[in-house]
Ligand binder design. Sequence first.
Ligand SMILES: [Zn+2]
Length: 240
Amino acid sequence: MGVWQSQLREMGRWAIDTVLPPTDDTALFAELTFLDDPCCASCGYPFDHQIMGISAFDLACAACLARRPAYATARSALQYDVASRSMVLAFKHGGHTDRLQAFAAQMHRAGRVALSHADVIVPVPLHRFRLMQRRFNQSALLARALSQRCEVPMEAHILLRARRTPSQGGLSAAGRRRNVQGAFTVADPQKIKGRRLVLVDDVMTTGATLESCARTLKRAGAARVDAVCLARVVKPLPAP
Ligand SMILES: [Zn+2]
């Protein structure tokens, strides 16, 4: 096990000790992969180790070098994998909010740099039809818990869905980008002009939704947009 991995494991343990009561979740959390440095400076894609002695802190992954994201940085607390999937889905679709504080603690850890200089936290919005079906916006719940924890105010009604988008499931990266293009709008640009924003979402898959949100917010005058997610998909890199 590498130094970084053991440090991450330590951090995971710290989170369990300080945030969660001693319940069955301890075993569940021990199976999770917590994400942190070293990672892609832009999207947070985890790097295994420091490359050839060069600090990996300023390096971007191939995808971000090829296409610079509109957000400055995106960080995610957990890897979205077999271990975290049921937990994330139980929260997202089942309304299980008992782990909300533990999730917020991990998101605070992962997004600590962006959150330390943020003015406003903005959740990725759900379209009102989907909100009616689901009865709550899981990203807004995460954003509120994170806002209370790191004492950065949240604005839940600044970024809105301009139109209803079909589910992103099953779409390619390019398909996802097209699907969410122009999907968002800013209700009151004065409230974000010159401000440093942190977008909050539950799962980052290709980053297309964050990209579209960040682009919309920056066009409306935001000085900087970062993103913090609960979990992200980590696709293996193509073989060299
Ligand atoms: Zn990247």
